[in-house]
Structure formats: C-alpha cells, structure tokens
Ligand binder design. Structure first.
Ligand code: ADP
Ligand code: 5GP
Length: 213
C-alpha cells in the first residue's frame, strides 16, 4: 500500500498556453501519453472540425446558437473569441474530475487562462514560448493545416499573446522539444506536491504517531 491509498488527493489544474504554432498540441500529446490518467477538458467550440478531429474527443463542436445559450446559462467557467470562433470550458465535468482526484489538463488561449485563474487560483499555469518569431512562422507554415490568411491572423494575435506571458508563473521555451517536454513535466510533477491538493495527508501521518508523539 502506498501512502496515498488511504489519503485523498485532489486533482491538479494544469493550464498550458502558447501562441498558435508554438508546439502546444505536440507537447500536450506527449504529456497525455506518459500520464494516461490525465483528465482532459474537452472544450466547446463553434469552429468547424479539422482533419481527423472527432466530435467529443478534441472538441465538442456546436453551433453559435448553442454556444450562446450555454453561455447565458452560466455553463462555462471561461470562454473566449479566438481567431473569430467561440471556445469555452464547461464547468461541471472539470469539477467532477478534480473531486475524483484526477488532474485536469487545459489547452486554452491566454484570455481563457486569465479567467480560469480567478476560479482555479491554486492551479498550475504554464506559458509555452516559441524560441523566435522566425521559428514560429516556420512551424505554422510547416504544419500545413492553415491557409496563408489564417497564418497571418495567428501571427498577428501572437504579439498580444506574448505580452500576456508575464501573468504566468511558469515559462517553458519550446526550442528543443524533448528539453521543453522535460521542463513541462517537472512543473507538473512539482504542482502535485502542493499541500492544498493533499488536505488530509499531514493529519493522517501524524495519526500514526499515536499517543507517544
Ligand atoms: P500549436 O498546438 O501550438 O498550434 P503544434 O503542436 O501543432 O502547435 O506544432 C506546430 C508545428 O511545429 C508542428 O508541425 C509540430 O510538429 C512542430 N513542432 C512542435 N514543437 C517543435 C519543436 N520543438 N521543434 C520543431 N518543430 C516543432
Ligand atoms: P484551434 O482552433 O487551433 O484548435 O485552437 C485555437 C486556440 O483556441 C488555441 O490557442 C486553443 O488553446 C484555444 N482554445 C481551445 N479550447 C479553448 C477553450 O475552451 N477556451 C479558450 N479560451 N480557448 C480555447
């Protein structure tokens, strides 16, 4: 039996933000592969599915009308207009996963992260930085999924997003992918040691002292 078997652990909120093209999806996929128990917050979006995306897996794809109704009912803990489409996180599934002790990973934009920080202020917020603008352009073009117009818009937004980096507690530069992954993993594992996520552990261990302590 490990010490945690009889002691509840609350889930950790892990938020990763980056300008589009930095490598966020790539690095998040590596983390989910190594830690398959991660709960993933499947966002709602009004954008069209791309490539191999499946409804309910990468995103819940909804109409603008449905999104607006959900928003007016207060179902989102954060939402944003990103590159002309709406994106939002439904609160209930996240709370359920955290209460069950599962860490939850968020792939959201910087506007959403700032809103989420108000609700989940004890969470771990990571900003992934591209090594340079030149390299960001190379990655956006090399990915081959976006039109020239979409790339221009993403690059235009990147300037404002980079300015928001200072609101984040953790910075990881995605130059060498493996090195960046190791840094993200270190930040995540350190976050698991926060006392706020392990409310009962100290008392439980102190109880093993019995009356002799
Ligand atoms: P994002 O999710 O941030 O928009 P992606 O994960 O789709 O970005 O990555 C954009 C492109 O950059 C992809 O083609 C990916 O393979 C590549 N990429 C990711 N990380 C690196 C890296 N460290 N070095 C070189 N290319 C990378
Ligand atoms: P994409 O359309 O390329 O999948 O995502 C575009 C941007 O929207 C990315 O920066 C992604 O992190 C962000 N995004 C995805 N889901 C959400 C969400 O639920 N809320 C917010 N605020 N941003 C999101």
């Amino acid at each position: 039996m490990t010490p945690d078997d009889h002691i509840s652990r609350l889930g950790q909120v892990l938020v990763v933000c980056a300008p589009s093209g930095t490598g966020k999806s790539t690095i998040i996929e590596m983390l989910r592969k190594e830690f398959p128990n991660f709960g993933f917050s499947v966002s709602y979006t009004t954008r069209e599915p791309r490539g191999q995306e499946i409804n309910g897996r990468e995103y819940n794809f909804v109409s603008r009308e449905t999104f607006v109704v959900m928003r007016s009912r207060g179902e989102f803990c954060e939402w944003a207009d990103v590159h002309g489409n709406f994106y939002g996180t439904a609160t209930k599934p996240v709370i359920d996963m955290l209460d069950a002790g599962r860490d939850v990973l968020f792939d959201i934009d910087v506007q959403g992260a700032k809103q989420l920080k108000k609700t989940f202020y004890k969470g771990t917020f990571v900003f992934l930085l591209p090594p340079s603008r030149e390299e960001l352009v190379r990655r956006l073009e090399g990915r081959g999924t976006d039109s020239a117009e979409s790339i221009e818009r993403r690059l235009g937004n990147a300037t404002g997003e980079m300015e928001q980096a200072r609101f984040f507690d953790n910075w990881v530069v995605n130059d060498d992918l493996e090195e960046a992954y190791q840094e993200l993993k270190a930040v995540y594992l350190a976050g698991r040691c926060k006392p706020s996520l392990r409310p009962g552990i100290l008392n439980n261990i102190m109880d093993t002292w019995g009356d002799d302590g």
